[in-house]
Ligand binder design. Structure first.
Ligand code: UFG
Length: 329
């Protein structure tokens, strides 16, 4: 019996693979290595290089390894890119997810965990945002993920199949043991960008917008440590295997930090006073979005272990330093 992790060579996927191996699970990764790295996949997991839309390959892999559950991370994740190339996003995120779900049903895989996003809410009417909030994505990226949630809902109603869709808030940090981390090239995420600036990879960084209606004028987000996030997936897997029904749950801590607070934390932890440029607003940014984490706690028994901005930043920084050493080799 094995768990199939799509996108397992990527940032969150590779942390998931370690989490599963740490719990004694057999793991097979399916990744086409378009943004992920083969070296990010631990040797104890099998890496199949290929596309989630290749149903022959997916079904052969499921049958060969006796896959009982799929954890689906593979997909495109850059919001502005999705605005410029909506059909590319609907193909990669929605059409190929449909193929993967069909392969799961055809092969009798009954458990499916899906990497969804807070972007399905668009700009929420109130914070913290619960799963009952209106779903009004403001980008093709968010819509492409919401469409997959809908396909999962309808598939679960029609077949012997149950899913968990986890809506991620701002995922950051790295494995505390530094076995993996965020290695994405040309990253746009705040904590990654600030750590790259602190370690000298960038000469300076921008703050996008200082005139928002927030206490310090910059946007507020709920930053969740990647290790706590993948642990929520592991708990979701155990819950599905115990026979529980489908579930949609937010993954965040329920606490927001502003862009300036995050940058201050990176400066404090790194001891580097790097250059920060106040720039105009970035199109498409919501003012503030913070999760209600109640459902994740009550339904999954989730007990976050790294709910501390300083710790998140410290792990992200240590990974950035490790990456800089690796790239110099
Ligand atoms: N920011 C900066 N400077 C930077 C990078 C980011 O000021 O160099 C700001 C952004 O403008 C935003 C905040 O930092 O206000 C967070 O931005 P990120 O790019 O780190 O993350 P987002 O909140 O835009 O996006 C995240 C996920 C998306 C997901 C979205 C849902 O990365 O995949 O949350 O809300 F769709």
């Amino acid at each position: 019996m094995a768990v199939l992790v799509t996108g397992g060579a990527g940032y969150i996927g590779s942390h998931m693979v370690w989490e599963l191996l740490d719990h004694g699970e057999e793991v097979v990764v399916l990744d086409r290595l378009s943004t992920g790295f083969d070296w990010a996949v631990p040797e104890a997991a099998e890496l199949v290089v290929g596309d989630i839309g290749d149903q022959t390959l997916v079904e052969e892999t499921i049958r060969r390894r006796g896959v009982d559950a799929i954890i689906h991370f593979a997909g495109s994740i850059i919001v502005p890119e999705s605005v410029a190339d909506p059909l590319g996003y609907y193909f990669n995120n929605t059409v190929k997810s449909r193929a993967l779900i069909e392969s799961a049903v055809c092969c009798g895989v009954k458990h499916f965990i899906f990497s969804s996003t807070a972007a399905v809410y668009g700009t929420p009417r109130t914070n913290p945002v619960t799963e009952e909030e209106l779903l009004q994505p403001e980008s093709p990226y968010g819509t492409s993920k919401l469409m997959t949630e809908i396909m999962l809902r309808d598939t679960a109603a029609a077949h012997d199949f149950a899913y968990t869709a986890l809506r991620y808030f701002n995922v950051s940090g790295a494995d505390p043991k530094l076995r993996t981390g965020q290695s994405t090239k040309g990253a746009t995420h705040l904590i990654k960008v600030a750590c790259e600036t602190a370690t000298g990879k960038r000469p300076s960084m921008d703050v996008f917008g200082t005139d928002y209606p927030t206490p310090d004028g910059t946007c507020v987000r709920d930053y969740i440590h990647v290790s706590d996030l993948v642990n929520a997936h592991y708990l979701a897997l155990r819950r599905l295997r115990s026979g529980a029904g489908s579930l949609v749950a937010n993954c965040g801590y329920g606490r927001g930090y502003s862009v300036l607070e995050v940058i201050d934390a990176v400066k404090r932890v790194s001891g580097k006073d790097f250059n920060v440029v106040e720039s105009g607003r970035r199109p498409g940014d919501a003012v503030a979005i913070v999760a209600s984490a109640e459902r994740c706690v009550s339904e999954l028994g989730w007990r976050p272990a790294h709910d501390d901005l300083q710790e998140i930043v410290s792990h992200a920084l240590r990974w950035e330093e490790a990456l800089a050493r690796r790239n110099r080799l």
